[in-house]
Write a protein that binds this ligand. Structure first.
Ligand SMILES: Nc1ncnc2c1ncn2[C@@H]1O[C@H](COP(=O)(O)OP(=O)(O)OP(=O)(O)O)[C@@H](O)[C@H]1O
Ligand SMILES: [Mg+2]
Length: 231
């Protein structure tokens, strides 16, 4: 199967500060690629570069099309969505508002709301609630729903289970797995259990490039993940 996302020799950073270089990997439909690495390794920076909000060299292809130099809004319109690491709810807007903005122009509004409720029933029950008053776990669900209900080609997820109670993680994992069957997923993850539950290949970032790659299962069994991610 042809990869939906192909990253070749990517380099990026902030002005004079070079963060990543020589990063190459590809993700096929239905595949979850885990980007792992310690704090500050450049995981979020990689997602920013893919999403088109940071300048880069090398190349990025989405469903075969070269999107390397596209602006963020265009990358997004072409089917790449991003679940940010930090909280991204807007004050004064309800859950319904957030979801309808997410599906605008991509899918029937009602259909999108139904899909969000099917993914996370608690969101369906709280459509009129101000998003800022949701619990931390519910806000993670909202962020995931916003991305997943548009039937994206590529989903970039930045530590979606970070800081979430284990009982909520147990709800997030099957929902993510079920709604990304046809997408290519790039999952930034430091939690080994979540990576094992969702991911196939893992890419470990160290000193600005991919130091080790392999299947999550194999790297885990050989103790590589534990060793390289230990704080
Ligand atoms: N806006 C910015 N301007 C300058 N440097 C930045 C900026 N954002 C991040 N950096 C630097 O880039 C490097 C990589 O940061 P990044 O946020 O990508 O790491 P990360 O792997 O996502 O870490 P974490 O696990 O803590 O989320 C760090 O050294 C960080 O200080
Ligand atoms: Mg980060």
């Amino acid at each position: 199967m042809t990869p939906l996302l192909e990253v070749d020799n990517l380099a990026t950073g902030y002005g004079q500060s070079k963060v990543l270089r020589g990063v190459s990997f590809s993700v096929k439909p239905g595949e979850v690629a885990c980007i792992m690495g310690r704090n500050g390794a450049g995981k979020t920076t990689l997602l920013r570069a893919l999403m088109g909000v940071l300048a880069k060299t090398g190349s990025v292809r989405l469903a075969g099309e070269d999107i390397t130099h596209w602006a963020g809004h265009r990358v997004n319109a072409a089917g790449m969505v991003w679940v940010p690491q930090e909280d991204s709810v807007f004050s004064g807007l309800t859950v319904r508002n957030h979801l309808t903005i997410a599906v605008h122009g991509r899918r029937e509004e009602e259909e999108g709301l139904e899909a969000a409720g099917a993914l996370f029933p608690v969101l369906g029950e709280r459509l009129e609630q101000e998003a800022q008053t949701l619990s931390g776990g519910e806000r993670k669900m909202l962020a995931l729903a916003q991305a997943l209900i548009v039937r994206p080609k590529v989903v970039l997820m930045d530590e979606p289970t970070e800081g979430v109670a284990p009982v909520v993680v147990e709800q997030l994992i099957p929902a993510i797995a079920a709604s990304t069957k046809e997408s290519a997923v790039v999952l930034v993850e430091q939690n080994i259990d979540t990576a094992l539950a969702l991911g196939q290949n893992a890419y470990l970032l160290e000193q600005g490039s991919i130091a080790v790659s392999g299947t999550v299962r194999d790297l885990h069994d050989r103790g590589v993940l534990e060793q390289r991610l230990a704080l």
